[in-house]
Design a protein around this ligand. Structure first.
Ligand SMILES: [Zn+2]
Length: 492
């Protein structure tokens, strides 16, 4: 007898013990429990059993109390070690306490997660003897079970293109996230007839039994789905575009574009330049399909007619082409708000284009017909350019050369002047028949006369020093519709 009080009846102790037993009996839901089948137990039909159990136990207990303290003490020592698989969870007096602990945990978790909790654990007992202070409290048992039990729950796993993204308690929570991802694009399409909105990637929501810890947070899954990798795309600069307008199209900042295109001067964009765009590519791509209507130019065709009375070098427009117009209905498919594809649904020409008719000659031109291109009329060095000189306008290009150097017609044409003309001295003027005339001045001698047809490169005069000239040179003028031009723009 280790207890000095054994053999005596300790009334206060018995009262306490009694109320403790009553307390634990209140919690007992079934008298006999098959613990290998703990999770199969239904909790509804237990009230009657409990009442019977309670009253009979009370009788037994009262009887026991009235016998001896020793017996009570003996009964008090009887205990069980509880094992969860290989783990010892604690020591209890009554096997039913475990049922209570587990039911409590299940109820607790169910209300916290609003889901069914499955328990697949192997609980066993080993009879032992233990004093009160060795008995594990219900709270401690609950804590140990919470830590050790592999609570399995039914959750919904989201898979994108076959890859696991995360799991949530309900299918609705995942569906809500997907709807939330679509929302901004629906808002963006306001006023436009949205025909379809869908996720491009393959999405699966799979119901699965999984460990409790796998159940994630909807906010975190949402964040993961809308942010993530980046892809590089390019944008070809169009008329009137700047980094500012381009940034707006792709929902980027100008700084993003400057960073992605370090080699470009943001102020000097050229039409056709390729601008790199580092566009965020979320895990999920929202595709919107909207029907749009717009008008588009219809290019005109060009037909060529041939005229044997015209020179090959000649071309004229018989009928000027006019662009037409068509009304187009198309499905614009946008990926995350950026145009990906356009499908023409229907189109109707509302204004027919007018075909342009061009007439070209087939006749071989005589050499004296202008080619439209000028050659340098003599060999020498440029001594004075076209433009203001000593406060006066210099209307030609001066080419200094030795006396007698040949002067050649810059292009084919007809001689319209050949003779002496005041300050020009001896001068030749050729009409090229295409709006252009050329003049060759200060010649020493002239080899052609008015009315002569000359060909391009024909020797027509020689370099001299006649008229207002301070040394042998050719003063060469180019006139377009009677107005002087800078000859340097025509001869190289
Ligand atoms: Zn001159």
């Amino acid at each position: 007898m280790e207890d000095p009080n054994s053999g005596k009846i300790d009334l206060e102790g018995l009262k306490k013990q009694f109320s403790k037993i009553i307390d634990s009996l209140k919690k007992i839901q079934l008298k006999k429990i098959d613990f290998s089948k703990v999770r199969e137990i239904e909790s509804k039909k237990k009230i009657t059993y409990l009442k019977i159990a309670l009253s009979s136990f009370m009788i037994v207990t009262i009887l026991a109390l009235s016998v001896t303290g020793y017996r009570i003490h003996e009964a008090k020592l009887k205990a069980y070690d509880v094992y969860l698989g290989q783990y010892k969870m604690g020591t209890i007096r009554d096997q039913e306490e475990i049922q209570l602990v587990i039911e409590n945990l299940k109820r607790d978790l169910s209300s916290r997660y609003h889901m069914d909790i499955a328990l697949h654990e192997d609980i066993s007992f080993e009879e032992t003897k233990a004093k009160d202070q060795m008995i594990t409290s219900v709270e401690d048992l609950e804590r140990s079970f919470m830590e050790k039990v592999d609570f399995k729950v039914y959750g919904y796993m989201l898979k994108v293109n076959g890859l696991e993204v995360g799991s949530l308690k309900t299918k609705e929570e995942i569906e809500d996230i997907i709807e939330r991802i679509k929302e901004p694009y629906i808002a963006m399409m306001e006023g436009i007839e949205l025909k379809d909105i869908r996720i491009v990637e393959d999405i699966e929501i799979v119901k699965e039994e999984m460990p409790l810890y796998k159940i994630g947070n909807p906010e975190k899954i949402y964040e993961y789905l809308v942010t993530s990798t980046e892809v590089v795309r390019t944008h070809t600069v169009e008329v009137g575009e700047s980094l500012w307008t381009i940034a707006k199209i792709y929902d980027l900042t100008v700084d993003d574009l400057i960073t992605a295109n370090p080699e470009r001067n943001p102020d000097k964009l050229q039409i056709g330049d390729e601008i790199k765009l580092v566009v965020p590519k979320p895990v999920l791509t929202v595709a919107t399909v909207a029907e749009v209507e717009y008008t588009e130019k219809v290019k005109f065709d060009t037909e060529t007619e041939y005229d044997k009375n015209m020179y090959k070098t000649e071309k004229k427009t018989k009928v000027a082409g006019v662009s037409g117009e068509k009304l187009v209905t198309a499905n614009e498919i946008k990926y995350n708000g950026i145009l990906e594809e356009k499908e023409i649904v229907w189109e109707e020409v509302v204004k027919e284009p007018v075909t342009e008719v061009v007439v070209r000659g087939t006749k071989e031109p005589p050499k004296t017909v202008a080619t439209g291109l000028f050659l340098m009329p003599t060999r020498g060095t440029i001594s004075s350019r076209y433009g203001m000189r000593w406060g006066r306008m210099h209307n030609g290009l001066d080419i200094a050369a030795k006396m007698g150097t040949p002067i050649n017609a810059a292009d084919g044409g007809t001689v319209v002047f050949a003779g002496t003309k005041s300050t020009y001295g001896k001068m030749v003027e050729v009409d090229h028949g295409n709006g252009y005339k050329t003049r060759y001045a200060h010649c020493s001698s002239i080899l052609v006369k008015v009315g002569d047809k000359v060909y391009k490169g024909q020797h027509i005069a020689n370099v001299g020093n006649t008229g207002n000239s301070t040394g042998p040179h050719l003063h060469f003028e180019v006139l377009k519709n009677g107005k002087n031009q800078n000859p340097a723009n025509f001869v190289k």
